[in-house]
Design a binder for this molecule. Structure first.
Ligand code: UDP
Length: 242
C-alpha cells in the first residue's frame, strides 16, 4: 500500500518529509510500476528564493508530486522552524538510484539537456555504468521550440525523463510539457550531465558530509557567487521569521 506523504513547508514550498528509501520504495517505484505520471522537483534554497520572485516558476514547482529537500539549507531551515525534515535527499543520488532501477526493470530513459557534446558524453557514461539500460532518446538543452522537443520526447514513450537544463528552465519545461504524456517520471537534474561528462566535479564526499557542497561549488565556479548570496538571504529570512 502506498502510504500518505508527510510535508514540511518552508517558505510556502511543501517539501516531502521522507527518507530517500521511503520516497523510492513507498512512492516512486510503485508509481513507476503503475505507470503513474510523476513529477519530482529537487529543490535547494536558491530554488525556493526564485519561487518568491517568479510566480510562473512557483506554479511550475508547485505542480510537482514530490518536492524533495536537495540542499542542506532546507533541512537546517526546517529544524529552525521546529519541524525537522528527516533527511536531505539529493537529486544526484536519486537519479542514480532510478537509473539502477531502470536497468533492473527494463525501463527506458530519456536524457534531455546540456550542450550536445556534454549530453552525448553523459549518456555514454550512463550506458557504460548501466550496460543494460534502455535509452529511449536524448536531446541537448539549447532549443527554442519547447512544444516541438516535448513532442519528440513524448513519442519515445520513456519511463524516466531526466531534464538537465538548470532552474527555472527545467521545471518550467516539465510543468508545461506534462499534459502531452500518459506516463513517465520527470525530474529536473540541473548540472548532473556536466558532472557525468566530466565537465564539472561533484564535491568530494567529506565536503558533502560536512554540508560544504555549496562552498566547493563557489570555489570551483566563483561566477555563481550571486546564487550563493541568495542561499544566505534564504537563511537570513528563515532566522528573522522565527
Ligand atoms: N542548460 C541547458 N539549456 C539551457 C540552459 C542551461 O541545457 O537553456 C544546461 C547547462 O548546459 C548545464 C545545466 O543546464 O548542463 C545547468 O546546470 P546548473 O549547474 O546551472 O544547474 P543547477 O543545478 O544549478 O540548477
Amino acid at each position: 500500500m502506498v502510504s500518505k506523504i508527510d510535508y514540511v513547508t518552508v517558505m510556502d514550498i511543501p517539501f516531502s518529509n521522507l527518507t530517500q528509501k521511503e520516497l523510492l520504495k513507498e512512492h516512486i517505484y510503485p508509481r513507476i510500476n503503475k505507470e503513474n505520471k510523476t513529477y519530482i522537483v529537487t529543490a535547494n534554497p536558491e530554488i525556493v528564493m526564485q519561487t518568491r520572485i517568479d510566480d510562473v516558476y512557483k506554479n511550475s514547482v508547485k505542480q510537482a508530486d514530490f518536492i524533495i529537500p536537495d540542499g542542506t539549507g532546507i533541512v537546517i531551515a526546517s529544524k529552525i522552524q521546529g519541524n525537522p525534515i528527516k533527511e536531505r535527499v539529493t537529486g544526484f543520488d536519486l537519479m542514480f538510484k532510478l537509473l539502477a532501477y531502470a536497468e533492473k526493470n527494463q525501463l527506458s530513459c530519456y536524457f534531455l539537456g546540456a550542450k550536445q557534446e556534454v549530453n552525448d558524453r553523459a549518456v555514454a557514461k550512463v550506458k557504460a555504468q548501466y550496460p543494460g539500460i534502455k535509452v529511449a532518446g536524448q536531446h541537448h538543452g539549447y532549443f527554442t521550440n519547447d512544444a516541438e522537443v516535448a513532442q519528440k520526447v513524448a513519442v519515445a514513450k520513456p519511463d524516466l525523463i531526466f531534464v538537465a537544463m538548470g532552474f527555472p528552465r527545467q521545471e518550467n519545461f516539465i510543468a508545461a510539457s506534462l499534459p502531452l504524456f500518459n506516463k513517465g517520471v520527470f525530474m529536473g537534474v540541473g548540472g548532473v550531465f556536466d558532472i557525468l561528462a566530466g565537465e564539472m566535479k561533484r564535491a568530494p564526499r567529506p565536503w558533502i558530509k560536512l554540508n560544504l557542497e555549496w562552498l566547493y561549488r563557489l570555489i570551483k565556479q566563483p561566477f555563481r557567487w550571486k546564487r550563493i548570496l541568495k542561499a544566505f538571504e534564504f537563511m537570513f529570512r528563515i532566522l528573522i521569521r522565527r
